[in-house]
Ligand binder design. Sequence first.
Ligand code: AMP
Length: 208
Amino acid sequence: MHLAFLGPPGAGKGTQAKLLAKELRIPHLSTGDMLRAAVKARTPLGLEAEGTMKAGKLVPDALVLGLLRERLQEPDAHPGCLLDGFPRTVAQAESLRDLVPLERVIYFEIPESELLPRLTERRSCPTCGAIYNLRSHPPKAPGKCDREGSELVQRPDDREEAVRTRLAVYHRETAPVLDYYRKSGLLRTLRADGSVEDVLAGLRALLP
Ligand code: AMP
């Protein structure tokens, strides 16, 4: 099965993608995670993308497409995949047509007022990738991962100024992708402001 998740930053796409991909036994392909790994490894591509990401802007289509194309060639992605954070522009959606036969696109709908606190209060474990929220899902010991005990970190682009840019970029560049998939009949809308379990149940009901 080939799926894609669309929606604003902070809607919970990553959290749900991890759970659903495991359940469906397909790889979770997050272009944001791929780019962050490239930044961490200091690859030429990572160095090129770093400043743009930190500011909350979109990395050029060609660069992201190159990364995704390479990843899709790995055998585990042949039977299907769950795309998270891609496509983010209509041009990316058009290029994707030649890469995978998408069966469903899920739009994570959430009130705008929830997004800023979800993002600015998000922290993650640099060791295992677990995601916390200081208000709605705090770690047991302040600032430390429940599983690893590592010091939790904040993504540089989760600082308020970058978050505001990311939301503006979403409305300008990514919202038109919704119409693109609405016209093709692939889009389904998911209410994404409930508990993790409730949203996952809603998500299952929208699968082909
Ligand atoms: P995410 O983890 O999906 O929030 O992505 C983090 C950042 O990576 C974004 O703010 C962009 O700078 C970059 N990025 C991720 N996916 C894409 C994409 N499909 N196109 C352009 N930039 C992307």
